[in-house]
Unconditional design. Structure first.
Length: 162
């Protein structure tokens, strides 16, 4: 067997292994986004923290997945060594929605990168950061880009960050 064919065999095994892992995770209601380095719960639509037994506990607590089906999952998560969901960089603005995290309607500050699903938080931001007052004529039209689709990796990300 030549080294080239050994490499081809190794690559084939890696593809097969990746398919098996993806299938197992999907059966548990999880999606592994390899580009972002994230395990996403497809039912709750957010990225899970992978430290310790957090993924296994989530599946047990939120999905009633029995321990026998979760066996080895925590060790696999440790092996993957994925980043903290709060450290995953946001996707580029105006990129198509990711199929798994939830999409929320929100607004953005026209003066900076701040965005939120809460108009009240945007109003507070405008007042504190830019000195815009809600009693000023056209403050909303002049300062807020509204009806945006916002998507974040974590539950809280879409609430307060830009």
């Amino acid at each position: 067997m030549t080294s080239l064919s050994r490499q081809g065999t190794s690559r084939a095994w890696n593809v097969l292994l990746e398919f098996v892992v993806d299938s197992k995770l999907l059966a548990l209601g999880l999606h592994w986004d390899k580009d972002a380095g994230a395990i996403i719960c497809t039912k709750w639509r957010y990225v899970l923290q992978t430290k310790g037994d957090r993924v296994s506990r989530h599946l047990g607590d939120k999905h009633d997945v029995p321990p026998t089906l979760r066996k080895g999952l925590s060790a696999f998560m440790k092996y993957l060594s994925l980043p903290d969901p709060n450290q995953i960089p946001p996707r580029a603005d105006y990129s198509p929605p990711h199929p798994h995290p939830a999409v929320y309607l929100g607004g953005a500050c026209k003066h900076c990168d701040y965005r939120s699903t809460s108009l009240e938080l945007v109003r507070h931001h405008l007042s504190k950061t830019h000195g815009c007052k809600s009693d000023q004529k056209h403050w909303l039209r002049d300062s807020v880009e509204s009806n945006l689709q916002l998507q974040g990796w974590t539950i809280m990300e879409h609430e307060t960050s830009g």
